[in-house]
Write a protein that binds this ligand. Structure first.
Ligand SMILES: Nc1nc2c(ncn2[C@@H]2O[C@H](COP(=O)(O)OP(=O)(O)OP(=O)(O)O)[C@@H](O)[C@H]2O)c(=O)[nH]1
Length: 641
């Protein structure tokens, strides 16, 4: 079952899309609101909202547990190898301690041969180094654990005793000869089994190491043997035996003990995390800061831990409100929502508190209207959109007195309607490539807006969603742009079709890319175009030439044209956008750099002034930092306390 990141549902699911559910939910909420007067419904609402809060909390807990389980499954191989490595190190350290203790306690041995004692002191250092190297290699590949481990052992003893070398060689041969069959590395399901096998091999190798270390001492010095070490231990000095007897699970192997400790620790963490209460809005900044630290960009195979914090609860509530199920939630979705909310934090903080105090005072007077206008204009909402919002709000507040929360809820409704309005004219409410057919998405925008980055991020979403994807590097204006798109192609695992020559004809690249896509059965071809053209005429000529090539060569393809806009440019970006909207038949806008800008309101200006739907939003430079646009999520991130 593949999760379609464009539709935000599983491919084979018969469920309605997020968007549809969102509409259902919002529709239901509106109905509730319209059928009950504010006065009569206030008690019921308080009860309902507390019920809802409890339900959201239950939902959030279930989602949190689900994510933890996913992490467990995904982290298992590396956790197990790490466990092996730690235990191996522990075992060796204990042996070293034991040996060192034995050496220091044994006057006979030390006085008989100082050189020998130096060798013994050196031995742990060598072993520690080797163990560290081993740990690194083990973390990379559990297949190599056994051989690496056993290969290390002779190294430690090569210079120190022939007997040990021979015995360790035997051990290594036994283990290495068994390992290829016994430690496959193919699927997650088989990993537990594999790691158990690996553990037993490592345990075996450790025990051999232990024996060898003992023999090493015996062989070299004669006076220091394991028995004397043990005796010393029994007298209360630091030793393996003494330490082990203090442990409740003394009879267990190091590996088993480590596993049990890790399991207990994990259970404690889960239990504690679930009990952390949601912090209030005052701590929002701290919470989001913490969550950013805890959840960095996920563009590698490692999935970091996630706190059950205020940001998580908020994200869970947003997903639950859209009809999502906790068992379908992934860490990426929570991380994205946290990031979006955090990204819009500046805009939100700039307007929310003031808006609340203005709209909570009954019908809007002239001073109130002016204040709201100023707030919206500051957030780059634009004159047209601001007028529309203020008029709608004024109209509503004239009809009925709303408490601040209700007024904000109504404002959210206005904004959602505005953001979704262009979809009514569009034949696509959900912007996703059609499966099993040829889709071509042209990506336009001025240089620096984030076109290449957006292509990289969309190709990653396409790849994750199971589409056959290809990139055409038709921004030939700047040589570095081709290199940059290639890097993104490597990151997302998507092939890039480019022409090596400088200043080559972009239409020729598009032609090659379409040929390649047709030959490979590609479902989504993303085309990077140049934005820095001297004038509007050049731009129009180039874009229409590209369109002609597409129409001729891929007449059956579904072609979409996206305009990438840098949100930090606010109204200035819109002026550039107008040139493009006249040149290219645009299907929608990708709004980038929403992270950390106070101009998040520009999204409303985009839809109002350009009449174009927002299709994707970007809130960061990482590969996961772009998602299909949802008016519900955007407005909640913009206006929720
Ligand atoms: N903070 C942030 N930076 C972004 C985002 N999207 C893109 N960027 C950065 O913006 C800069 C320009 O992005 P590009 O993808 O190179 O923009 P471009 O439009 O392809 O520009 P050219 O390569 O010059 O054609 C890069 O440093 C990106 O990392 C975003 O959502 N947030």
């Amino acid at each position: 079952m593949v999760f379609n990141w464009f539709r935000r549902q599983y491919n084979d699911s018969s469920k309605t899309t997020s968007d549809e559910k969102q509409e259902e939910k919002i529709g239901a909420k509106e109905e509730d609101n319209s059928t009950s007067s504010p006065e009569t419904s206030s008690t019921t609402e308080t009860e309902n909202s507390s019920d809802e809060a409890v339900n959201y909390l239950t939902w959030a807990k279930a989602a949190y547990k689900n994510i933890q389980e996913q992490q467990q499954t995904q982290k298992l191989p590396s956790q197990e190898t790490q466990k092996v490595s730690e235990t191996s190190r522990e075992a060796k350290t204990e042996i070293e301690e034991s040996v060192t203790e034995g050496v220091s306690d044994s006057d006979t041995a030390l006085s008989e041969n100082t050189q020998d004692s130096e060798n013994i002191q050196k031995s742990p250092v060598t072993t520690e180094k080797e163990t560290e190297e081993l740990a690194t290699e083990e973390a990379n590949d559990s297949d190599t654990i056994v051989s690496e481990n056993t290969q290390d052992l002779p190294k430690a003893t090569d210079t120190e005793g022939e007997t040990s070398v021979i015995e360790l060689e035997e051990t290594r041969e036994t283990i290495v000869s068994q390992s290829p069959q016994e430690i496959p590395n193919t699927s997650v399901e088989s990993t537990v089994l594999e790691n158990n096998t690996t553990e037993s091999k490592i345990a075996e190798s450790e025990s051999n190491f232990s024996e060898s270390a003992t023999k090493l001492q015996t062989g070299q010095e004669g006076a220091v043997d394991l028995d004397s070490t043990k005796e010393t231990s029994e007298e209360g000095k630091i030793s393996v035996t003494a330490n082990s007897s203090d442990q409740p699970q003394a009879s267990l192997s190091f590996l088993e003990r480590a596993a049990a400790e890790r399991q207990a620790k994990q259970e404690r963490l889960i239990a504690n995390a679930i009990e952390i209460p949601a912090s209030d809005s005052e701590t929002e900044e701290v919470a989001s800061k913490t969550s950013t630290e805890a959840v960095p960009n996920i563009d590698s195979s490692e999935i970091p831990g996630m706190d059950f914090d205020e940001g998580f609860l908020w994200s869970a509530e947003i997903l639950a409100a859209q009809g999502r199920r906790p068992e379908d939630i992934s860490v990426e979705e929570i991380t994205w929502l946290k990031k979006l909310r955090q990204g819009l934090g500046k805009t939100r903080r700039g307007i929310l508190n003031q808006l609340r105090s203005i709209v909570g005072q009954g019908p809007l007077n002239q001073a109130g209207v002016e204040e709201i206008e100023a707030l919206l204009l500051q957030a780059d909402v634009g004159v047209e959109a601001t007028d529309f919002i203020v008029n709608s709000l004024q109209e509503k507040l004239r009809q009925e007195t709303l408490p601040p929360e209700k007024a904000i809820a109504y404002l959210k409704e206005i904004l959602r309607d505005m953001l979704d309005a262009p979809l009514e004219k569009s034949d696509r409410s959900v912007f996703a490539p059609d499966k099993n057919s040829f889709n071509i998405w042209l990506v336009n925008g001025v240089n620096g807006a984030g076109k290449t980055t957006t292509i990289g991020k969309i190709s990653h979403l396409a790849q994750k969603s199971g589409y056959k994807c290809l990139i055409g590097a038709a921004d030939t204006f700047r040589a570095a742009a081709v290199e940059q798109v290639k890097v993104w192609g490597e990151r997302s695992g998507v092939e890039v079709i480019a022409n090596k020559g400088k200043n080559t004809d972009p239409a020729a690249v598009v032609f090659d890319a379409i040929s390649a896509a047709q030959a490979r059965g590609t479902e989504l071809l993303l085309i990077d175009t140049a934005g820095r053209l001297q004038n509007k005429k050049n731009l129009m000529e180039e874009l229409s030439k590209i369109r002609r090539i597409i129409d001729k060569k891929a007449a059956d393809a579904r072609v979409e044209s996206l305009l990438v806009l840098d949100a930090t440019l606010g109204q200035n970006g819109l002026r550039q956008a107008q040139v493009f909207s006249q040149s290219a038949k645009l299907s929608g806008v990708v709004l980038t750099k929403l992270d950390g800008t106070a101009k998040g309101g520009v999204a409303l200006a985009v839809v109002k002034q350009l009449g174009l739907p927002i299709r994707f939003i970007g809130a960061g430079e990482g590969i996961e930092d772009l998602r299909p646009f949802s008016s519900y999520e955007f407005v909640e991130a913009l206006l929720s306390s």
